[in-house]
Unconditional design. Structure first.
Length: 341
């Protein structure tokens, strides 16, 4: 594996985008960004016991089983409620509308009570912003302030522990940082901040999520990269890896780990079933192998880290609902490995 400076020299040539092929790539890390990496000991909110298993809870019916939060298995110690909506009249603002009609009559009162019950078990519940169809613009100071104020209002109303940034149509790192720091000031040090970037969002230091991760290590809980719906991507060794493999996960997780994030801030996001994504599904056993490879240097494919990183942040799946359709195989297999149950 090359040093960051060596990789920066090699990765100058852009790769052409082809159907199902590579996204254009630029240097993954530079000597300057490596030098600016955060010091150890800056990690914010961490899992009370072990690592995080994050699952998205669907506030809609798309053919996967619907359920109240009270039925989410204990293995999921971080639940991301999908998704927030735009708050009309407030630039950058978000709100939440429970889809009671799609969820069998699930009421606001029951939903809030279930959040409190889940939290009493030591688990976290965050409101996710974005998704495939979600558009929330945070590109100027007014929108940043609107996002922070409205997100805090939702935390006060529903009891959410924080926010998950899952905007899949680009972010402005400067103003999203401003919004999250404003929210952190309002909510305090227990605020949970998670992100679910797509793989392309960490292929270059110029990418918004890459820049945001560099900017907020002191308030970031975990990044759960979406290792699916992706095609082929470059790993931290400048080799090309195909989705659906252990190497695809480990060689790209290495980018975040070598960026300077704490290992506990890096998570592995995979779909629970083939139906949950357009491509990139892997058996839960592969997720366990990826964890073993990154943490212990065992069960690796062709990519092996120079040194094991020790315990990383955990794993994520889209979604809890799709996992339910498969007998919660993801929760049982990956949660068993992480010890989250």
């Amino acid at each position: 594996m090359r040093t960051p400076a060596q990789r920066a020299l090699k990765a100058g040539a852009a790769l052409a985008l082809a159907a199902g092929g590579l996204f254009a790539a630029s240097p993954l890390l530079t000597a300057e960004t490596a030098a600016a990496s955060p010091a150890a000991g800056q990690s914010p909110e961490t899992a009370a016991e072990g690592q995080w298993l994050t699952g998205y809870w669907q506030n809609f019916d798309n053919g996967a089983p619907v359920m109240p939060l009270s039925e989410v298995p204990a293995e999921y110690n971080m639940i991301a409620v999908a998704f927030a909506d735009n708050l009309d009249g407030t630039p950058g603002g978000i709100t939440f509308n429970l889809a009671s009609d799609e969820l069998g009559g699930y009421t606001e009162e029951q939903f809030k009570a279930d959040i409190a019950e889940v939290q009493s078990q030591g688990r976290k519940v965050v409101i996710s912003v974005g998704g495939e169809l979600g558009h929330v613009d945070v590109t100027n100071p007014e929108q940043a302030a609107g996002f922070a104020a409205s997100a805090h209002d939702l935390m006060e109303e529903y009891g959410f522990d924080g926010v998950d940034i899952d905007l899949e149509h680009g972010i402005n790192a400067q103003y999203m940082e401003e919004a999250l720091r404003d929210l952190h000031q309002r909510a305090g040090g227990d605020l949970v901040v998670t992100m679910a970037p797509q793989t392309v969002d960490f292929q270059s230091p110029s990418a918004g999520y890459y820049q945001l991760a560099e900017a907020i290590p002191d308030i970031l809980t975990i990044i759960n990269m979406q290792y699916y719906n992706s095609g082929s991507m470059l790993g931290c060794d400048d080799q090309v890896y195909e989705q659906g493999t252990v190497d695809f996960v480990t060689a790209q997780a290495c980018i975040q780990l070598e960026l300077g994030l704490e290992p506990g801030q890096v998570g592995l996001g995979l779909p629970a079933t083939p139906q949950a994504a357009g491509g990139g599904h892997q058996p839960p056993g592969n997720v366990v192998s990826a964890l073993n490879c990154l943490e212990e240097g065992t069960d690796c494919g062709s990519f092996t880290p120079e040194q094991p990183y020790g315990p990383i942040g955990g794993a994520m799946t889209w979604s809890i609902n799709w996992d339910a359709s498969n007998g919660y195989e993801f929760a049982q297999t990956v949660g068993g490995r992480l010890g989250t149950g």
